[in-house]
Write a protein that binds this ligand. Structure first.
Ligand code: EPU
Length: 338
């Protein structure tokens, strides 16, 4: 087992924050993972996988376990559907492409989301009208205290909008090792209702889209709005879209009749945080190397050498301004490591 010391985590988080790991080890197998968890010499442990949903605001004084568990397999199939098992360290978009190559439908709308398979259930990744929970069957996780593998079915994961048990009761207790998804082999349920997808398919001249066409449309939309972490450090949407009560919404929309909004199925209203942030004048603004993306105000970016503290300070300034102007509290979606 190769335990390294004082390693920069810059290549391991999509924000590109140059925080250091006191100790660092690549995890490539389940037995090795169990052994590392048992190591008494390193009592403090920290997990990093795709590093696409975290903001590191300090060095990590622990053993950083970099999850590199790999493999995708079919566990069950019939004429109509297939259940696949993907190991946690697989790149999410690579899994989407693997499915498209085989004609498996269900995750094409989730194309190009940065990060790895194991992180997908933690925040119930979602985009363009589809969430992970729509295709999720179960996941396996290793309990950190015991090294035991535990299965979580869909109900047990308590999925919500960018939420799951792994962000709440189970936080810090488990390492997700694999995820099972059920996908369609034919009669795919296409989700093209999301405005931007319809428009993009039209641009592409497509009337009867295949799952590959939908993926291509999503990729085109994402590329036009969201920065590629390889070129500009970022963590996707930094904030969640706030959900407010009908009473608060009525007041809000009177004052802001042009605000985009969506009614949720429990009589509440979701307001795009990107719009609120843009109204406060932050879109495209840069403060040193920390900034707000010029094409999507919900995305904070690192122009090169921003520290996690600088990004955090900017996010707090945005929260304050949005609250001052709209009386709405926006909360980070990204896991802030303080
Ligand atoms: N808007 C603005 N200004 C901005 C950004 C957005 O006015 O700078 C307005 C848009 O004009 C539109 C509305 O806000 O009317 C919604 O914008 P968009 O379709 O870009 O989606 P979003 O609500 O900002 C969410 C997800 C994204 C996901 C898209 C598409 C969250 C927190 N974010 O963004 O997810 O890709 O919908 O489904 O729910 C992520 O989680 O990292 C992520 C990128």
């Amino acid at each position: 087992m190769n335990i390294l010391e004082n390693i920069s985590l810059k290549p391991y988080n999509t924000f590109g924050i140059d925080a250091k790991a006191r100790f660092f080890v690549d995890i490539t197998g389940l037995v090795q993972l169990q052994k590392v968890l048992e190591l008494k010499a390193y009592p403090k442990k920290f997990i990093i996988s795709g590093g696409s949903n975290m903001l590191l605001t300090k060095d990590i004084d622990a053993l950083v376990m970099h999850i590199k568990l790999e493999g995708i397999s079919i566990v069950d199939e019939n004429e109509d559907t297939v259940e696949i098992k993907a190991m946690a360290g697989e790149n999410w978009h690579k899994l989407v492409l693997w499915c498209l190559d085989r004609g498996y439908g269900g995750i094409e709308n989730l194309s190009l989301i940065p990060g790895n398979v194991g992180t997908a259930p933690i925040q119930n990744i979602g985009a363009y009208g589809v969430e992970l929970k729509d295709v999720f069957v179960s996941c396996t996780a290793m309990e950190m205290a015991t090294g035991e593998l535990v299965a979580f079915d869909k109900d047990e994961c308590h999925f919500g909008y960018r939420e799951s048990i792994f962000k709440n009761e189970a936080k810090g207790k488990y390492i997700i090792t694999s995820v099972n998804l059920r996908l369609t082999k034919r009669d795919h349920e296409l989700h093209t209702g999301y405005g931007a997808i319809e428009g993009e398919l039209k641009n592409m001249g497509i009337v009867y889209p295949t799952i590959r066409d939908i993926s291509d449309a999503v990729i085109a939309i994402r590329r036009s709005k969201l920065p590629d972490p390889k070129e500009l450090g970022n963590s996707g949407s930094f904030f969640k879209n706030p959900v407010i009560s009908k009473k608060a919404f009525d007041k809000f929309i009177k004052k802001n009749p042009k605000a985009p909004h969506y009614e949720t199925n429990d009589d509440q209203f979701k307001i795009p945080a990107g719009w609120l942030i843009e109204q406060c004048g932050f879109k495209g603004k840069r403060f040193g190397d920390a900034g707000v993306h010029d094409k999507q105000a919900l995305v904070l970016v690192n122009y090169g050498n921003a520290t996690g503290q600088e990004i955090l300070a900017l996010s707090e300034q945005i929260q304050e301004e949005v609250h001052k102007r709209f009386r709405i509290k926006i909360q980070p979606e990204v896991n802030i490591i303080k």
